[in-house]
Ligand binder design. Structure first.
Ligand code: MG
Length: 385
């Protein structure tokens, strides 16, 4: 087990944070198996827009996982690694609650096991994921929208218009822009500018990144209520479920949230107390932030128990791993952040984007090696150099 810390490219900001100093942990699980003359290595990474977790990975997770009998990490029939067994071992002696950064550290490791399993089976990860959870989605594509719509400083509305027009040229037909980082009137002008490009308001979502307090969130919701936007994302603090319930009771359109939840129990609290409306509101929990795909599947169970549908799920992230999760579990879709958050963020050239759909790569595993900007880093990590 090896890990490396990489920085994110693209110095963008939203209403709350700058991504300039953000880092990601890439974990490599080096097996002794050979496929097509190559040693099989599983790769995973934690959520984008956060920080690398090398301390937790090296000091807590690695000794636990490498310290057990390897057979304890396999399914009983020995066919592949059991992600749940890995999770149990990685979480030994960890108390419940207070999930914090360890949820991302464990996620990077758990995701690497899925990549490894899929490579050992010589199939794309979405096939492995779909089969494991009993969900078959043969098309290999997922709905995708272009997220961005940043504050462009000097270039203002022209910069925003240019940015979204570039997404149209790339094959996107739905968009999301940042709000909450400027006075209300200015944000409304930005929304109107974006609508000129998006055309239909159902193709434009707005994201406040948790910026508003209760009254600001209500005011903003009121101001955009008549627009019929695709969704209004993270109006307030991600854990302030009462605030969210308040917005949901007054705002007629869809709300979206969940990208800053760290566990299944967080997601359960969201559906219990956040006023989320079945068939309407959008869930954005991110496996890379919250213990990986096994925990994500448990969240889906909770959502479905409360009457929500997986078509309401669009995991945060904008990268190959969550594309495979969206395809494999038949989710509503995924997001993309064209041009920023590399080398881990973004899709590869194999991922054709057309009519708002993105195709997962056919390569074994998540196909992270198909990303030209990421491939050299993975190679180095795999070689231990
Ligand atoms: Mg967001």
């Amino acid at each position: 087990m090896r890990d490396v810390t990489v920085g994110l490219q693209g110095a963008v900001t939203n209403a709350v944070v700058s991504f300039r100093h953000h880092t990601v942990s890439i974990v490599a699980l080096v097996s002794d198996q050979i496929r097509k003359g190559q040693q099989v290595i599983g790769f995973g990474f934690n959520s984008i827009g956060r920080f690398a977790q090398s301390g937790i990975i090296r000091e807590r997770l690695k000794p636990r996982v490498l310290g057990v009998d390897p057979a304890d990490l396999l399914f009983p029939d020995g066919s592949a690694f059991d992600p749940e067994a890995l999770l149990r071992v990685a979480m030994r002696d960890e108390k419940p609650g207070g999930h914090g950064d360890r949820a991302g550290a464990v996620a990077a490791l758990e995701l690497a096991i899925w990549d490894l399993n899929a490579k050992l089976a010589d199939e794309p990860a979405y096939v492995t994921i779909g089969r494991h959870f009993g969900y078959q989605q043969p098309t290999g594509t997922a709905a995708v929208y272009a997220a961005g719509g940043y504050y462009h400083g000097d270039s203002g509305m022209a910069g925003l218009r240019e940015e979204l027009a570039a997404y149209v040229d790339m094959g996107f037909d739905a968009f999301k822009i940042k709000v909450g980082g400027a006075p209300l009137q200015h944000d409304l002008e930005r929304i109107n500018t974006a609508l000129e490009i998006a055309g239909d308001s159902s193709r434009l979502a707005v994201d406040a990144n948790g910026r508003f307090g209760a009254s600001e969130a209500a005011t903003f919701g009121q101001a955009i209520a008549g627009l019929g936007l695709r969704w209004f994302e993270e109006p307030g603090d991600p854990l302030d479920f009462e605030l969210l319930r308040g917005v949901a009771s007054a705002y007629p359109g869809a709300l979206a949230t969940g990208e800053n939840l760290f566990s299944c129990v967080d997601a359960r609290n969201l559906v219990r107390y956040g006023g989320m409306r079945p068939g309407a509101d959008i869930f954005q929990m991110d496996p890379g932030l919250s213990y990986g795909i096994g925990e994500y599947a448990r969240m889906l169970d909770v959502l479905e128990t409360y009457g929500h549908d997986r078509s309401q799920c669009f995991p945060h992230g904008g990268h190959l791993i969550n594309l495979h999760v969206a395809v494999g579990l038949g989710l509503g879709g995924c997001e993309a952040y064209p041009g920023v958050f590399g080398p881990v963020g973004g899709y590869s050239r194999q991922c054709e984007i057309r009519d708002g759909q993105v195709k997962a790569p056919d390569a074994p595993g998540f196909g992270l090696e198909t990303k030209q900007d990421l491939r050299p880093m993975l190679q180095q990590l795999g070689e231990g150099s």
